[in-house]
Ligand binder design. Structure first.
Ligand code: FAD
Length: 380
C-alpha cells in the first residue's frame, strides 16, 4: 500500500520522518510551503528523541551544534538556588539532552536528507492545499500541481491543513492565558555553562535561560495575563514582541550570575508566542493518511517535549510502515496517540503547577512530569 510516502511539512518532525523512512528503505518525498530558512530560536531535545537521532547517524553532527545541559535548576529573583535536578548523561539517562537552535537543527536534518536522498528530496515553496483518496492512492493537491503517493503524512505543524481536512469540526487553539517572549543572543556562559535555569518571579512570571551552542544564550519569559480560554488573535512563531513588556518584569532582578535585563535589551529580535495547544484528537487518520508532530498533538512548549515527541513519532512511523505497509499507519497511531495524549495533559498540568517556588513542590512536579511522560524509560 505505502510504496511511496509523501510528507507535508519539512519541520523537525517531517524531516526526521523522511530520514527514518529512508533508513528503512521506504520511498519518501517531502513538500514544504516555505523556502526553508533557519527560523526559530532555542529548542530542547530530551534523551528519548536524541536516541532516535543517534540511530539515524546524526549524533556527532548534532553534538557539534548543540549544548548538552547537565542540569535544570530553579532560582529565585535574587539568584538563590531553589531546586536542581541533573539531566541527560549526568542524570543517568542513556543519551544526552540537547539544547539547540531550532533553525540549525532543521538545516542539519535537511542537509542529511539531501545527502542521502539527493538534492530534490524536499520540494520547497510547495504548499499542500488539499488531497483526495481514490484508486488505491492519495492525490495530493499542491501549489505546484498534483502529486500521487501511497500514503500522506501531515507533518505541517500547529496550523495543519491536513488536520483541518480530516477533522472538519471546530478545533480551536486553546490558550493557557500566558504569553511567551523569546530570543537568542550572544552571551558568556553562566553558572557551569551547562545549566538550564528557571527563575521564578512574582505572580507566575518565569524566565527560562540556557546556552544553545554557537556562543548563544536562549531565553523565554512567560507572562501570565489572562484566564485559560479562547485565544484573542492567532499564534505565529515569528511575531515580534515588545521588549519593554519583558523588561518591566525583570529589570529589578539581581541574579548575580546573569544580568537578565541586559540579555533582553541586547536581543534582536524579541519574539512573542502565546502558550497554546489544541484538544487531543480521537484519531489521527483514516485510510492512507495520518498526522505527525504538532499537526497531530500540539502541546504547550513546557517540558521540552514538542520537538522531542515529533522525533519519536517519526521513528515509530518508519518502524511500523516498514514492518507492515498495509496497516502500518494505524499501528503507528495506536502506539503514538495514547502516549502523546498523556504528554499534552502533563504539559498542561506542569503549567498549572508553575507558580510554586517551594523546593519540595518543584521536586514533586518535575518527578510527576517524568513519570507521566515516561521520560524515565530512556535511563541507561
Ligand atoms: C518558523 C517556526 C519557528 C519555530 N520556532 C520555535 C522555537 O523557537 N522554539 C520551539 O520550541 N519551537 C519552535 N517551533 C515549533 C517546533 O518546531 C515544533 O513545536 C516541534 O519541533 C514539532 O515539529 P513539527 O515538525 O511537528 O512542526 P514544525 O517544526 O512547526 O514544522 C511544520 C512545517 O510544516 C510546514 N507547513 C505548514 N503548512 C504546510 C502546508 N500546507 N504544506 C507544506 N508545508 C507546510 C511549515 O512551514 C513547517 O516547516 C517553530 C516552528 C516554526 C514553523
Amino acid at each position: 500500500m505505502t510504496e511511496n510516502v509523501l510528507i507535508a511539512g519539512a519541520g523537525i518532525g517531517g524531516l526526521t520522518a523522511a530520514l527514518a523512512l529512508h533508513a528503512r528503505d521506504v520511498d519518501v518525498t517531502v513538500i514544504e510551503r516555505t523556502d526553508l530558512r533557519p527560523l526559530g530560536v532555542g529548542i530542547n531535545l530530551l534523551p528519548h528523541a536524541v536516541r532516535e537521532l543517534y540511530e539515524l547517524g546524526l549524533g556527532d553532527r548534532l553534538s557539534r551544534i548543540a549544548v548538552a545541559p547537565a542540569a535544570v535548576a530553579y532560582y529565585d529573583t535574587d539568584g538563590a538556588l531553589l531546586f536542581r535536578e541533573q539531566r541527560g548523561i549526568d542524570g543517568g539517562y542513556g543519551y544526552p539532552q540537547y539544547s539547540v537552535h531550532r533553525g540549525l537543527l532543521q538545516m542539519l536534518l535537511l542537509s542529511a536528507l539531501r545527502d542521502r536522498l539527493g538534492p530534490n528530496a524536499v520540494h520547497d515553496n510547495c504548499e499542500l492545499v488539499g488531497f483526495d483518496e481514490s484508486d488505491g492512492c492519495v492525490r495530493v493537491h499542491t501549489s505546484s500541481g498534483d502529486l500521487v503517493a501511497g500514503a500522506l503524512v501531515g507533518a505541517d505543524g500547529i496550523h495543519s491543513c491536513v488536520r483541518r481536512r480530516i477533522h472538519r469540526g471546530p478545533d480551536p487553539l486553546l490558550w493557557s492565558g500566558s504569553r511567551m517572549f523569546r530570543g537568542a543572543v550572544d552571551g558568556e556562559p553562566f553558572l557551569d555553562g551547562r545549566t538550564m535555569s528557571i527563575v521564578k518571579g512574582a505572580n507566575g512570571v518565569d524566565l527560562v535561560v540556557y546556552p544553545i551552542g554557537g556562543g548563544q544564550l536562549n531565553w523565554v519569559v512567560m507572562l501570565p495575563e489572562a484566564q485559560q480560554g479562547p485565544l484573542p488573535g492567532d499564534a505565529k512563531w515569528n511575531r515580534p514582541g515588545d521588549r519593554s513588556e519583558v523588561l518591566r518584569h525583570v529589570d529589578h532582578w539581581n541574579l548575580h550570575w546573569l544580568d537578565a535585563a541586559d540579555l533582553v535589551r541586547r536581543t534582536e529580535p524579541v519574539l512573542e508566542y502565546p502558550m497554546v495547544d489544541r484538544e487531543v484528537l480521537p484519531w489521527w487518520g483514516r485510510g492512507r493518511v495520518t498526522l505527525l508532530g504538532d499537526a497531530a498533538h500540539p502541546m504547550y512548549p513546557v517540558g521540552a517535549n514538542g520537538g522531542s515527541q515529533a522525533i519519536v513519532d517519526a521513528a515509530v512511523l518508519a518502524e511500523e510502515l516498514s514492518r507492515d505497509p498495509v496497516h502500518g499507519l494505524r499501528g503507528y497511531e495506536d502506539r503514538r496517540r495514547p502516549e502523546t495524549a498523556k504528554v499534552v495533559e502533563a504539559n498542561r498540568e506542569m503549567h498549572r503547577a508553575g507558580a510554586t517556588q517551594r523546593p519540595d513542590d518543584l521536586a514533586r512536579v518535575t518527578a510527576k512530569y517524568r513519570t507521566d511522560t515516561k521520560a524515565d524509560r530512556s535511563h541507561a
